[in-house]
Write a protein that binds this ligand. Structure first.
Ligand code: FDA
Length: 427
């Protein structure tokens, strides 16, 4: 948990010159800072309820994260969304918003806009053509709600007026394009992943400014790095991918793992990375990730049925694993020998290692490669129905800036839509 006592009263951000000043010094019902997935959904929802809404963002290009998502096709939701798909210190928090704005609701919007889409494995829905269509959809929905925009703009300070009545001016937002005042303020500035397209800790600083706790952020859905001794054997195999059952803490996922020049990636590894902590236990061991390399095989019976044969263990394993990986894995363990040189007890040990190969990552590839940020504004301080801060009426946090992190597979966008909609219905 970050120390909120050190938070500055004012928040200064990286500079971009705002060009659009005609809205300056105006009053809005609602100002939304951050025109990404959650911010646009919230602005459109509130605007279509007749609220006077202003969207502010410091980026020169709109919703870059949507544009690069899902390999350019945006995995915009998942057919099977439940609270179990999210990590949050307060695990029930997500239920209310997710049940009031469901994947079906967003699919309805996608269909109304004539966007063609398809389902991939595990209920994941992607655009047939381009993620840009989702950005255009949100932009059109904002236009329907007559939302005003000012981007790029630098937010210099946010201050509360001290008024608390619902219809009073409760916030003044100072930007390089002038001041805006608002009855409600929504913070939708996302997490820290991919700083080069505009991620900043702005939302965390605002939370601290208003006395809210921030759960320490860390990269998630991120490739893991391996220590040099393991990497020396595996890095030459970079690009090889195969299905595993990966485990770490409470997280367990059956999907592909990919060997990279720096360690491991692929969907199963990204998924367990959200459960992995870069911490050593008291006995000095680092937290490990466990991989079942043969999830469909009873490895012990299979190996024992081949005991006594002259083939190399690596050649037998190559029946179920990529050949080069099978041999490298045997060399890593000193097992590159004929099967007839293994005692039964040794084969049982090989089987146990195949079923639970423990790898202690040396770290992650960090925010530059992370799809999302774990941690964020502590949900204990927010209403699960409206996303409003209990301590500061009129102040809302939505999307990834909050301590809500979805699994890989469209769950993070579904949270952006659901939390944005919840705040937009209320603010
Ligand atoms: P988001 O990051 O979308 O928007 C935040 C906005 O705030 C940005 O426009 C930013 O410019 C603005 N901002 C930040 N700091 C500011 C400041 N100081 N002043 C003003 N503005 C500021 N999820 C999923 O469900 N399916 C998928 O396919 C993918 N794919 C994917 C690929 C990659 C490469 C990444 C990095 C991420 C994904 N995700 C994903 C995750 C998903 O993109 C993410 O969870 C949502 O975009 C979060 O939406 P938000 O609106 O909360 O933040």
């Amino acid at each position: 948990v970050l120390d909120c006592r050190t938070a500055a009263r004012r928040v200064f951000c990286a500079a971009f010159n705002a060009s659009d000043t005609h809205l300056a010094d105006q009053t809005f019902d609602l100002v939304v800072i951050g025109a990404g997935a959650a911010g646009m959904m919230c602005a459109a929802t509130a605007g279509q309820r007749g609220r006077r809404v202003l969207l502010l963002d410091h980026a020169t290009k709109l919703a870059e994260k949507i544009r690069i998502s899902g390999g350019g096709r945006c995995n915009f939701t998942n057919l099977k969304v439940s609270a179990d798909n999210y990590l949050c210190r307060n695990p029930h928090f997500v239920r209310s918003a997710l049940s009031r704005y469901t994947p079906r609701d967003f699919i309805g919007l996608v269909e109304r806009h004539g966007i063609r889409y398809h389902e991939r494995s595990w209920g994941q829905l992607f655009c047939d053509d381009s993620a840009q269509e989702i950005i255009d959809l949100l932009r059109a929905e904002c236009d329907d709600g007559q939302v005003s925009w000012n981007t790029p703009v630098t937010i210099q300070a946010v201050e509360a007026t001290g008024e608390t009545a619902p219809d009073a001016i409760r916030f003044v937002i100072t930007t390089d394009a002038g001041h805006y005042s608002a009855r409600s303020l929504v913070i939708a500035t996302g997490g820290l992943s991919i700083p080069k397209i505009g991620a900043t800790p702005f939302g965390y600083r605002i939370a601290e400014q208003f006395g809210l706790t921030v759960v320490a952020p860390r990269p998630a859905l991120v490739p893991l790095t391996l220590p040099p001794e393991t990497l020396a054997r595996l890095a030459p195999l970079a690009g090889i991918s195969f299905e595993v059952q990966a485990r770490c803490g409470r997280g367990e996922f059956r999907e592909a793992a990919l060997i990279t020049h720096r360690g491991l990636s692929g969907p199963s590894i990204l998924q367990v990375s959200s459960y992995w902590q870069a911490q050593a236990y008291e006995d000095g061991d680092w937290e490990a990730v466990g991989l079942n390399l043969l999830p469909d095989v009873d490895a012990e019976s299979w190996l024992l049925s081949h005991a006594g044969e002259r083939a190399l263990l690596g050649n037998l394993l190559a029946e179920h694993l990529p050949r080069r990986f099978a041999h490298a894995w045997c060399e890593l363990h000193g097992w590159q020998r004929p099967l007839n040189s293994f005692r039964h007890a040794e084969l049982r040990q090989v089987a146990a290692t195949l079923a639970d190969w423990r790898l202690a990552p040396s770290g992650t590839q960090g925010y530059a490669k992370a799809e999302v940020t774990l941690g964020g504004v502590d949900t204990q301080a927010l209403s699960s129905k409206t996303m409003e801060a209990r301590k500061q009426p009129g102040l809302y946090f939505i999307g990834e800036v909050m301590d809500v992190t979805g699994h890989l597979g469209g769950y993070n966008f579904q949270w952006a839509w659901a939390s944005g909609h919840a705040a937009g219905e209320h603010a």
